[in-house]
Write a protein that binds this ligand. Structure first.
Ligand SMILES: CC(C)(COP(=O)(O)OP(=O)(O)OC[C@H]1O[C@@H](n2cnc3c(N)ncnc32)[C@H](O)[C@@H]1OP(=O)(O)O)[C@@H](O)C(=O)NCCC(=O)NCCS
Length: 148
């Protein structure tokens, strides 16, 4: 497995297709529902196999508010629990540190909370209904980058 940032148009196509397949199709949402207004100001990463098939995806957005948000973390069902998601998360966190973020947040689906806890995120706030009426909770992690 290799982690790479999509660059060519066909890589972005594969990346968004995978995002839809892993995160939106299972909920019955149409193509297009996997894309938002922040794609151009985000860092994208995908895990691929030797044949360049996408095994997992994730995104880091440096929001206009100055906060860093991780979103659209999804792994092919057949490859879950093999540290694909953990590797993607670690990559995005490393990039976040590079751009000077010392804290990161995300809105976790209820059944992904354990995964994020395992990776050092703490719940911050009350659960709320997010995308597709799924219960989410805000989670945060300090990246511990040194103060300058
Ligand atoms: C959440 C997700 C991205 C994790 O990716 P992954 O590649 O399976 O995760 P990893 O293999 O790196 O880590 C797996 C660990 O997290 C835990 N974990 C992962 N998903 C879990 C879940 N749904 N419930 C409980 N624990 C979970 C596993 O128990 C495992 O811990 P262990 O090694 O102690 O057994 C993946 O399960 C996924 O795509 N889920 C569906 C979409 C989703 O919910 N995305 C997150 C939206 S906020």
């Amino acid at each position: 497995m290799e982690l790479k940032e999509p660059y060519k148009p066909e890589e972005f196509q594969a990346y968004f297709k995978a995002r839809w397949e892993f995160l939106r199709k299972p909920l019955g949402f149409p193509k297009g529902s996997e894309i938002d207004d922040f794609e151009n100001i985000s860092l994208h990463v995908m895990a691929v196999d030797q044949k360049d098939s996408v095994l997992g995806v994730g995104r880091l957005t440096y929001l206009p508010s100055g906060e860093g948000q991780i979103r659209y973390m999804g792994v092919d069902e057949k490859f879950r629990n093999k540290n694909v998601g953990g590797s993607i998360l670690a990559y995005l966190e490393k990039e976040a540190v590079k751009i000077g973020l010392n804290r990161i947040f995300l809105n976790a689906r209820n059944d992904a909370i354990a995964f994020y806890k395992k990776n050092g995120y703490d719940e911050a706030g009350k659960p709320f209904k997010g995308f597709a009426e799924i219960q989410h909770v805000r989670m945060e992690k300090s990246l511990g980058s040194p103060e300058i």
